[in-house]
Design a protein around this ligand. Structure first.
Ligand code: SF4
Length: 376
């Protein structure tokens, strides 16, 4: 039995310190707290995000921010227009949305205020809002990512018990693309020793390709605090023999060993190539201020994305995030700074990143980035 708890929220938009290089957002927003889809791998039940007294209530008590559209109207006018990602810690089209229509009302505000959006969901209800999404796309930028981790109904029922079936979800992707909306698949989490086999990887990526999805994002599974407790309970019940293998793979940490992650990413990358699916979201055409600054910044973030997929030293990739942020925040054109020989005066720009920026400004492309897009 699910209980809806209506609340008045004081704030709605959350600003990230660094731009996300998967979905290109700098803002996040969640109209609901809790999620009825009750996925057993959900990382939104980690203590960091939790508002419920007990994490088991996450799918039984849904907090509904009934004043969200009004708050948004107020907040949107105070901040610079930029990409907002919806629903990082809840599904914005879960059953509560049928009754409250908060997501729809929020989209209407964002359209009016000219904000670009990324939406993530597992629900077919998103098709209700196709017209709105199309208008946002025409006005600024809009992309929709639908999570699919397997096409086996048996596994989906275990891992995502109350979400629409995977076949229904891929039909959502197909329909959105057919209707002119950019849509792709989120193939995460790839659950170790259960969904990471070649057959499952191939099936998800092949179906994504056949649906004409614009992209597929892939990644392995984290195991943090409550998420870990819940998932290991499930393993104990259904796959007790895997417990030791998980212990070894996670080695007390929150992520699987790096070699394993890189190998799964490599396999997924190869399959994406074989089935001609892009394995990243193209940066938005949208920008604020100096266009060239955003283009350089997006290129650096994409470089970081590909290095992260390949398990490169996190400190090295972090330098790209910092440089990208500094460039976005410049009050002057990066081209002008380059012409004046002042690139190294930008905070966080060392010799190597300076070389990359120079290459982009002189040739309009970065050879290494092109290589990473196409080769492993
Ligand atoms: S749909 Fe997303 S937010 Fe909802 S329970 Fe599943 S993983 Fe968590």
């Amino acid at each position: 039995m699910v209980r809806y708890i209506e609340i008045e929220s004081k704030t709605l938009i959350n600003k990230l310190k660094y731009r996300d290089n998967w979905f290109w957002n700098i803002y996040t927003l969640n109209p609901y707290k809790g999620c009825q889809f009750a996925c057993n791998y959900c990382d939104a039940i980690t203590e960091k995000y939790l508002v419920h007294r007990d994490f088991k209530d996450f799918s039984r008590e849904i907090y509904v921010k009934i004043n969200a559209p009004e708050i948004l109207k107020r907040e949107a006018r105070k901040i610079g227009k930029d990409v907002i990602a919806f629903g990082g810690v809840t599904d914005i089209y879960q059953p509560a949305e049928k009754r409250y229509e908060l997501t729809r009302k929020i989209l209407e505000v964002l359209l009016k205020e000219g904000f670009p959006v990324h939406l993530g969901t597992k629900s077919t209800l998103i098709l209700r809002d196709i017209e709105l999404l199309r208008e946002i796309k025409e006005n600024s930028w809009c992309t929709v990512t639908v999570t699919i981790t397997t096409f086996s109904d048996q596994f989906a029922k275990i891992f995502e018990p109350l979400a629409p079936k995977p076949r229904e979800r891929i039909r959502v992707v197909k329909n959105l693309v057919k209707e002119g909306i950019d849509a792709g698949v989120m193939f995460t989490p790839i659950i170790p020793f259960i969904l990471d086999n070649d057959e499952n990887l191939r099936e998800v990526i092949k179906e994504t390709s056949e649906a004409k999805a614009k992209y597929l994002l892939h990644g392995t599974m984290t195991l943090r605090s409550n998420q870990k407790i819940r998932f290991l309970n499930l393993l104990r019940k259904r796959w007790p023999k895997l417990i030791d293998k998980y212990r070894e793979l996670y080695n007390g940490g929150t992520e699987p060993k790096r070699d394993y992650m890189v190998e799964i990413n490599r396999k997924a990358f190869k399959l994406c190539k074989r089935y001609r699916v892009r394995d990243y979201i193209e940066p938005p055409s949208f920008h604020r201020g100096f266009k060239e600054n955003f283009e350089v910044s997006y290129s650096l973030l994409l470089l970081a994305y590909f290095y992260e997929m390949r398990g490169k030293n996190p400190y090295a990739t972090w330098a790209y995030h910092k440089a990208a942020k500094a460039i976005e925040e410049l009050k002057t054109s990066i081209k002008k700074l380059y012409e004046e020989g002042k690139l190294e005066e930008i905070k966080g720009i060392g010799k190597s990143i300076k070389k990359t920026i120079t290459e982009y400004l002189e040739k309009g492309r970065i050879a290494k980035l092109e290589e990473l897009k196409n080769k492993w």
